[in-house]
Design a protein around this ligand. Structure first.
Ligand code: SF4
Ligand code: SF4
Length: 304
């Protein structure tokens, strides 16, 4: 460790609810604020349901006050009426302002994965040779299940179903399907093979989350893939002060996305959770908001 910064190194912090966890809990409560829906087994249908939230939060969750943008995008494309300017524009605005802050701080399904990973089970690190290519899967899910098939797959009814929601989305099963079935016996009696498939997908992803950090965000989430396209331009970003960094490696060991933090902070895979910032002993990492200056970088050469 460089002597210049040794005296800046702080001792271990007391255990308390992190900034990330407080924001995640507040966001989950805000996006699912219609508590009566869980009791009645009915979804909220008033005006705010026309607005998209910035996270994967199922429209059919009994508490949901807004619409999931990925569900809204598939529904609009599948209707084959007109180009979905509103949903795509909203998503692009979220991407440009927040980037993947939505994944790290606001998404309820991100919170679920973080909590599951705290279970005292053996942890698995996916080998690099598998991890790297698997991260492109989420872009394929976005392109195929969310954009191309809903837009171009012919359908007898004239409306193509939202394929990601119907066959894959674990957040929809956890936040929408299961609570509705629990509250409504009539729905339980008609739940068939499709629900069994969705429950199996959910169970596999929840199990994976207990063993691997944020597997759904890394490999499958189409919303994360969409926001990742904006990471290099978004107003919110994480920054590294290379002069302060003593290369202790703590940030890289805690990063849930397994990023080489001192090389690629705020890249497409960074979800802006802020854990690296909290653990950094020299306060070399910070959050920043605003336009990037020309030639701005996040790597170690950033401030040389
Ligand atoms: S940025 Fe990472 S490697 Fe550098 S001092 Fe902070 S925790 Fe250690
Ligand atoms: S680099 Fe830092 S902010 Fe980004 S995902 Fe990793 S720990 Fe979170």
């Amino acid at each position: 460790m460089s002597g210049m910064y040794r005296d800046r190194v702080r001792g271990p912090k007391k255990r308390r609810l992190s900034f990330q966890r407080k924001v995640q809990l507040a966001a989950a409560a805000l996006f699912n604020g219609y508590a009566a829906g869980f009791q009645k087994g009915k979804i909220f249908t008033s005006g705010s349901k026309a607005l998209c939230v910035p996270v994967l939060n199922c429209y059919s969750c009994p508490g949901a006050l807004g619409a999931c943008p990925i569900g809204a995008l598939q529904t609009a494309l599948g209707a084959h009426h007109h180009f979905p300017f509103y949903v795509l524009g909203t998503l692009m605005l979220f991407g440009l302002v927040l980037g993947r802050v939505a994944c790290g701080l606001l998404c309820p399904f991100g919170l679920v994965q973080d909590l599951l990973h705290k279970l005292p089970l053996p942890k698995v690190r996916v080998p690099k040779g598998l991890d790297r290519p698997a991260r492109y899967l989420k872009y394929i899910v976005l392109a195929l299940l969310v954009l191309l098939l809903p837009a171009f797959l012919p359908s007898d009814t004239g409306v193509t179903p939202p394929l990601f929601c119907k066959y894959l989305c674990p957040a929809g099963t956890l936040g929408g399907g299961i609570p509705l079935l629990l509250a409504d016996p009539a729905l339980r009696s008609v739940a068939g093979a499709l629900f069994s498939w969705k429950a199996a997908v959910l169970a596999a992803i929840l199990l994976a989350a207990a063993l691997v950090r944020r597997p759904f965000c890394k490999y499958l989430c189409p919303l994360g893939a969409f926001y990742a396209l904006f990471s290099r331009f978004s107003l919110c970003r994480m920054e590294l002060d290379a002069h302060r960094c003593v290369q202790c490696g703590r940030c890289e060991s805690i990063c849930p996305m397994d990023i080489r933090v001192t090389q690629d902070l705020s890249g497409p895979e960074c979800i802006h959770c802020g854990r690296c910032q909290e653990i950094c002993p020299t306060e070399a990492i910070s959050r920043s908001l605003g336009r990037r200056t020309a030639g701005e970088k996040n790597g170690p050469e950033a401030s040389k």
